[in-house]
Design a protein around this ligand. Structure first.
Ligand SMILES: Nc1ncnc2c1ncn2[C@@H]1O[C@H](COP(=O)(O)OP(=O)(O)OP(=O)(O)O)[C@@H](O)[C@H]1O
Ligand SMILES: [Mg+2]
Length: 245
């Protein structure tokens, strides 16, 4: 595979929760080394899509391929072993465990590779001194970073981040986002889901907007004005902060 080749491809995914169709016929393609954002309002289907990519939910139609291999029917743990790691909405750490234990669990379930606890500490130096601490004692932002670290030590080819900004102070969110470009090695792709469109647009190379489970806009952030994204996001005009300048 060459850098820039699609690594994760979803083709015409339709995903239901019982009678409700949460995602309608959505396709996306994320390349190695790319930061791709999925944006959309509450209930747009973002988490449903991400959880389906991670294998936690089955699509009713469509396929998912990883590096050309059909993984639509693989279990979540086998997807982790092939290189898909999800940081779910709400962090979901093992709160009774220490930072160290969380990282050990992440590493044990993943693939071999260059991401170790030490490399995570290089990225987030504060973590080294809190290694033995129970994650329940950390701040929300620190827990979020541990959740990202736990996903990284599984050495993903594709890292899925679901609303990492949720419930965190803007300055903490900014700091976490500033580390994302450092994650984009030659082979790793990062797919972020965000309600904070301006934040996502500042960092993403490409994005896709969902509205009520359908793709309403896709491309590069620079291809569109804030007003166009706003219309795709809400279905009509409202206030989305500008991400340029
Ligand atoms: N487990 C579930 N059972 C039934 N319906 C669900 C379930 N999970 C999500 N839904 C519904 O599916 C739709 C999409 O929800 P989803 O959580 O994927 O949206 P989202 O874009 O992640 O929203 P948010 O920004 O609030 O996290 C919503 O209408 C939601 O109510
Ligand atoms: Mg969600």
């Amino acid at each position: 595979m060459n850098a820039g080749d699609p690594i994760l491809v979803a083709d015409k995914l339709t995903i239901r929760h019982g009678q409700l169709t949460a995602v309608h016929d959505v396709s996306l393609s994320v390349a190695g080394g790319e930061l791709f954002a999925v944006v959309g309002a509450n209930g747009a289907g973002k988490s449903t899509l991400l959880r389906t990519l991670a294998g936690l939910h089955k699509p009713t139609a469509g396929t998912i391929t990883l590096a050309g291999e059909d993984i639509t029917r693989l279990s979540p743990d086998r997807r982790v072993r092939r290189g898909i790691s999800l940081v779910p909405e709400g962090r979901r750490l093992f709160l009774s465990m220490t930072v160290e234990e969380n990282l050990l669990v992440g590493g044990a379930n993943g693939r071999p590779g260059s991401w170790t606890a030490d490399r995570v500490f290089e990225l987030f130096p504060w973590m080294r001194s809190r290694y033995k601490e129970q994650t329940a004692h950390l701040s929300g932002g620190e827990q979020q970073v541990v959740a990202i670290g736990r996903a990284l030590v599984a050495n993903p080819r594709v890292l899925l981040l679901d609303e990492i900004s949720l419930g965190l102070a803007p300055v903490v969110v900014k700091r976490i986002y500033e580390t994302l470009p450092a994650l984009l090695g030659t082979d790793m792709a990062v797919l972020v889901v965000e309600q904070d469109v301006a934040q996502a647009m500042r960092v993403a190379g490409r994005f896709q907007c969902l509205l009520e489970g359908r793709t309403t806009l896709e491309g590069k952030p620079s291809d569109y004005t804030a007003e166009q994204v706003e219309a795709a996001y809400f279905g009509f005009g409202s206030a989305v902060e500008s991400w340029s300048g």
